[in-house]
Design a protein around this ligand. Structure first.
Ligand code: AMP
Length: 487
């Protein structure tokens, strides 16, 4: 096995690696560092969790250790699709440069231009940025990219999903033709292939995991779920989510709960909170300070449940996430791989549980085709009889304040901007409290902004899946006989 000491890294970088506790390079590091140090372009095909950040930061630092930064002309550039990922890369730089005098600036939205301008004016060795913010600075005439010797594109496939490819192309064209490019993507979509063919020069291709493979340390399961009524789907799904969490008991030390839509991220987080679970949302519509606070809390273990959108959570490195819950089946099969890759990191065990409603079955099929295996079907933790919410038992969720009937009042102390769906959940559609008492709520109230996207207008498919008993159960067992009395 390769050792870090064999990789020709700067001794001060080696010291920092040693202090970080890394014993040996991961495969992407062993594959990418040597060609990067030789000044060659690298095309790294690797998922997050493989150690890919260090695979480009370590050689960059080694190469940049010689030379000095000039005002407004960063010597290297790292482009990341999201602020969180950029901040994480910046943290990596801090860790590995602790014994060197390299300067860096982080250009991300939500941070004042003034502070960022000041740093750039002084001159930085490493500029870490999201594409939009970088171009904003460039257009304001505060930045020159002609001094960039090394350019990194991280998570290129996510850049593609987010529509950043034209920005990336523009940024490439603003940097010198002679630059070295280190380009990373978890998958190689045709558009990514095109970019790499255009902007990389005879790259060393380093591929550490086949496209869309899932880690063997992650136990997976999917619960096939059909709501008793379409208009109850949200309420019943949230109830199911709580039951799935409770069923995991203490094994679930912390979890990321993924939703497809930002509005659902808010609603699910708020609902969990209301039921006494320590949860907070993270998605692109929340302000940066709130996102940072939430993430820090999750990383430090003071927040147990992080409700997230794909974009916000992409690439986040929290080493010990015991569970991932997919509240929705992701509509891009590859997102499933990314989502569940948040758990089972660094050889630890993890569990990934997904809820699949009938209209998502097609997406589930796509995922299973991609990962080339069937995701085991889970038993309904509530049992079939309980799938329909009890009509009469209008019980209060844990720690919820008494509610006044159908009042539209959303001005609760702990939920200043509660989305309507949650209000309805507590008033119109009673939910049975969880079988097991959830952990006491610890976190402080946070304000939540509302996401703006509409729900998908797709119709349910005709096929009926009866939860908990597999596909062989007669249809009538899934029907509720109580519906009419509920109003
Ligand atoms: P990444 O894929 O860059 O998000 O890295 C995933 C995690 O692996 C991070 O927590 C890194 O600190 C950690 N890591 C990176 N390289 C190594 C290594 N050689 N040995 C152990 N852990 C590592």
């Amino acid at each position: 096995m390769t050792k870090f000491s064999e990789l020709n890294l700067n001794p001060k970088v080696l010291k920092a690696i040693d202090e970080a506790g890394y014993e040996s390079p991961t495969p992407i590091q062993a594959g990418a560092i040597p060609p990067a140090l030789e000044g060659r372009d690298v095309l790294g095909i690797a998922q997050t969790g493989t150690g890919k950040t260090a695979s480009f930061t370590l050689p960059m630092i080694t190469l940049l250790a010689r030379g000095r930064a000039r005002a407004r002309m960063p010597r290297s550039l790292v482009l990341c699709p999201t602020r969180e990922l950029a901040a994480q890369v910046a943290e990596n730089f801090d860790t590995y440069t602790k014994h060197l005098k390299l300067t860096k600036a982080l250009l991300i939205g939500g941070v004042s231009f003034k502070e960022q301008d000041k740093l750039i004016d002084k001159g930085v060795d490493v500029l870490i940025a999201t594409p939009g913010r970088l171009l904003d600075h460039f257009e304001r005439g505060k930045l020159l990219l002609t001094g960039v010797q090394i350019m990194v594109v991280d998570e290129a496939d996510r850049m593609l999903d987010m529509g950043f490819i034209p920005d990336i192309e523009r940024i490439f064209s603003l940097t010198p033709f002679t630059r070295q490019t280190l380009f990373f993507s978890a998958t190689m979509a045709p558009e990514i292939e095109r970019i790499t063919n255009t902007f990389l020069s005879a790259p060393e291709r380093v591929e550490v995991a086949r496209q869309a493979t899932t880690s063997e340390t992650i136990e997976q399961g999917v619960l096939m779920f059909k709501a008793t009524r379409r208009d109850r789907e949200g309420t019943e799904k949230r109830k199911m989510l709580r039951a799935l969490i409770d069923a995991e008991g203490e094994k679930c030390t912390n979890a990321i709960i993924f939703c497809n839509r930002k509005t659902d991220v808010d609603v699910v987080a708020k609902s969990l909170k209301k039921y006494g679970y320590d949860a907070a949302p993270i998605h692109g519509d929340l302000d940066q300070s709130q996102r940072t606070r939430t993430l820090d809390g999750f990383r430090e273990g003071t927040l147990r449940f992080l409700c997230a959108s794909d974009v916000a959570a992409r690439g986040l490195d929290v080493p010990s996430v015991s569970h991932v819950f997919n509240y929705d089946v992701p509509s891009h099969a590859e997102d499933y791989v990314h989502r569940i890759g948040r758990t089972g990191r660094a050889g630890r065990d993890g569990k990934a549980i997904m809820i699949c409603v009938p209209r998502d079955e097609k997406n589930l099929e796509d995922i299973e085709r991609l990962v080339q295996s069937e995701i085991p079907r889970l038993e309904n933790p509530l049992g079939v009889a309980e799938t329909a919410p009890a009509a009469k038992a209008d019980e209060k969720p844990a720690e919820e304040k008494p509610k006044r009937s159908r009042s539209r009042s959303r001005k609760r102390d702990d939920a200043p901007s509660e989305p309507p769906a949650v209000v309805e959940e507590a008033t119109n559609t009673p939910e049975t409290p969880p079988a097991r008492a959830p952990q006491p709520q610890k976190d402080k109230p946070r304000s939540h902004s509302r996401g703006g996207r509409n729900r998908s207008g797709r119709n349910d498919r005709e096929q009926i899946t009866v939860v908990g008993l597999g596909d062989h159960t007669p249809e009538f067992i899934g029907l509720s006989f109580k519906e009419r009395s509920t109003g």
